[in-house]
Design a protein around this ligand. Sequence first.
Ligand code: F6P
Length: 325
Amino acid sequence: MGGGRVAVLTSGGDAPGMNAAVRAVVRSGVAQGMEMFGSLHGYTGLINGEFRPLGLRDVGGIVLRGGTILGTTRCVELKTDVGQVKALQQLREHDISALIVIGGNGSQSGAHTLSKKGLAVIGIASTIDNDLYGTDVSIGATTAADIALEAIDRLRVTAASHQRVFLVEVMGRDCGYLALMAGIAGGAEAIVIPEVDIDPAAIVGELRTARDRGKSHAIVVIAEGARHNADALVQYFKAHEQQVGFELRVSRLGHIQRGGSPGVFDRILATRLGVGAVQHLATGRHGELVGVIGGEVVGTPLAEIANRTRRADAQWPELARLLEV
Ligand code: F6P
């Protein structure tokens, strides 16, 4: 496909680096002779026909900005047949022949549905959770891990002053990537993730042992999707305060993890994937998610991505266990 009118949208939870991807898509699209448009507010704008022309200058100065200049939603209507028909009709009415979807699992499932209905769609892997199939790492994940790490470092300072245990809950849905990266890098005394079910009694035992070995404080990083999440652990720890031996505080980092300026890794990843997505379209490829595997930009059929989620690599929990002493 040379030339043609192409729309790009950002969908689902925003992730640092989405703007860098939009910039790369627009600039490389223009270089290919394509006419570029942004669909505003994710799939909602697609359904409502909210398109905005995007030229080279419209994406100037955004590479450093977190969030997404296009806006985003979690669009329930696209899950319905009526919503899908409206979206395809809007694209036809605006003479737009291809769509690039920057987002995570839910967004790529939507892309797959539209692709099955005949639209030329390319996905770009973007989610702080890093739970997408078809890529080793998604846009936003490393910046979010850095933000969580900075918070953990700060919490360690106050935990040490007060000789406390801090339970720090991080995002990630059912994937322990963020908890593992921030927890290992922050020297956490325990990391609780959905992939490995740990008994709260075992964590209490570890904290007690750590205290007996002379540790004055501790950090426990908990992924929000773990069976024993922060709420469950707080209840258990409160009921067993004597055994824990430390005073307890809880900190949920929440959406702060999504709001940062993208780091160098995410800006470069977003740039490579944005350019890769346009190159795919230009060579007539679509119905794929563009990600990075083994350092290379590759496309994986959306049919393989949809309804699957990636879990944290097994090497990381092992490494964490080795160092949690
Ligand atoms: O998928 C990204 C993510 O930040 C998850 O880690 C989190 O569970 C969820 O989105 C929060 O969603 P919302 O922004 O809709 O509250």
